[in-house]
Design a protein around this ligand. Structure first.
Ligand SMILES: Nc1ncnc2c1ncn2[C@@H]1O[C@H](COP(=O)(O)OP(=O)(O)OP(=O)(O)O)[C@@H](O)[C@H]1O
Length: 431
């Protein structure tokens, strides 16, 4: 038995009512959290003293409770984030002492306890703003959220816990996005909903450079739409696609400069270019076997870095996805220039740090579509929307072009030595 019932006949009938009230179940959490924190080894020894995590305030919300703690010297937010799962499991491991009156309502009350236990699976979220903030949600996020199209350059990210608000990622505010997550947790679904939303909202101004290195099943639907400028399925083709994007970026750079402006917004240019790489790990030169392969991948990374560094003000947005978040799988400059990160569940704290620069994604529940969306000032858990093939088809079919799409020619690096990207660049203001 996961919960403990101690019966007594001393208490009156009001006790049975008290144990099912949510307020009662959650009231104890501040003490419980402090105990779990202490048992998880987060207290700090300072000579004879033990510095503990002190509760500063707690507040009841309609979704649950928010607790604010002062953390002791010698501890960081990351220390607490690493224990998120311990805290969550501890809170859901309920040993309750309840008083039950043995009368005709006894059986009903026992069943009610069991029902409460099964339905009230709590989830927590942690953040830090000088104080450690732990939010304890009475009930989990839904495990499926319907797709909702975005507007202009905003694409759907998912449902948050904050009053169940639906979150959008605005590519005009944050141009580049890093996407991570272990296999089968929803990266491809997210990329599909992002592309579908862009095609729906800005069909005339969206330009796609798609690189699908996962065998070509996911993004092939977009081969035929007019928004797709180039599509690649192999690293050699990826180099061509990236080169095409890079050259377009240079043309725009000239155009903006000619107009005496600093960025496409000022220059009144409405076009936006999305470079989407699904499985950027396949372009990691460290993984290359032959010298030629290494040269191609190094070149690809160089183009991606240039696009990340210079592209924002020129209307370029780069989305790099990986299921193997290790070391340098995402080029350093791309990572540094991506102020938004979306991570589905990953296998380890190290992998979470590669995607988010923080731990936490390894503690996400094993639910497809559940992710952490992180920007410079906020980190939220979301349930990304599920998009069906029917919605994708319905949205993109009106944009099919008549002629067969151009698939970039595979190039032979032996015959065509690669030129490094130009470096005499002008730095443009990022939006
Ligand atoms: N947002 C979501 N809500 C509910 N279910 C989802 C969601 N996203 C994905 N799924 C389910 O998970 C399955 C795997 O999703 P998806 O193909 O997007 O994963 P992936 O991370 O891209 O995996 P891989 O890297 O192996 O391609 C889908 O077929 C779908 O059933």
């Amino acid at each position: 038995m996961l919960f403990e019932i101690i019966t007594t006949t001393i208490m009156s009938g009001v006790a049975a009512k008290a144990f099912i009230a949510k307020q009662n179940l959650t009231d104890n959490d501040s003490g419980k959290i402090q105990r779990i924190i202490s048992l998880s080894g987060l207290n700090v020894k300072d000579g004879k003293d033990t510095l503990t995590t002190q509760l500063v305030r707690k507040q009841k919300h309609e979704w649950g409770w928010e607790y604010k703690y002062r953390i002791p010297y010698g501890r960081s937010f990351e220390d607490y984030a690493a224990k998120q799962k311990n805290i969550e499991d501890g809170l859901n491991n309920r040993r309750q002492q309840v008083d039950l009156k043995i009368d005709k309502s006894f059986l009903k009350n026992v069943l009610q306890i069991n029902k409460t236990k099964l339905t009230n699976q709590k989830e927590i979220e942690m953040s830090f703003d000088g104080l450690l903030c732990i939010r304890v949600y009475d009930s989990p996020l839904p495990s499926t959220v319907d797709y909702l199209s975005g507007h202009e350059w905003k694409v759907p990210v998912g449902q948050t816990r904050d009053q169940n608000a639906f979150k959008f990622h605005d590519f005009e505010k944050i141009p580049h996005l890093v996407l991570g997550g272990a296999t089968r947790y929803g990266k491809s679904n997210f990329i599909n909903s992002m592309i579908t939303s862009l095609v729906h909202s800005e069909p005339e101004h969206t330009h796609l450079y798609l690189i699908d290195l996962k065998g070509g099943v996911e993004l092939s639907d977009y081969e035929r739409i007019k928004q797709t400028e180039s599509i690649a399925y192999e690293p050699e083709e990826a180099l061509e696609t990236l080169k095409a994007a890079y050259e377009r970026m240079r043309e725009l750079q000239e155009e903006v400069r000619r107009k005496g402006k600093k960025n496409v917004q000022q220059a009144g240019i409405k076009e936006r270019y999305f470079v989407i790489v699904d499985e950027v790990g396949e372009l990691n030169p460290a993984e290359a076997i032959t010298r030629e392969e290494k040269a191609i991948k190094t070149e690809c990374q160089r183009y991606m870095s240039q696009i990340a560094r210079l592209g924002a003000g020129l209307g370029f947005r780069q989305i790099l996805a990986t299921q193997y978040p290790t070391g340098d799988v995402i080029p350093r400059q791309c990572k540094q220039n991506s102020d938004a990160k979306l991570s589905f569940r990953v296998q380890s704290a190290v992998a979470s740090r590669v995607v988010l620069d923080n731990e936490g994604a390894e503690c996400l529940p094993q639910i497809s579509g559940r992710a952490i969306y992180q920007t410079a000032d906020k980190r939220e858990i979301v349930q990304t929307p599920y998009i069906t093939n029917e919605i994708i088809k319905e949205t993109i079919e009106p944009h099919f072009r008549l002629e067969t799409p151009k698939k970039e020619e595979v190039i032979n690096v032996k015959q065509t030595p690669q030129q490094p990207p130009r470096t005499n660049t002008v730095t443009f203001e990022q939006v």
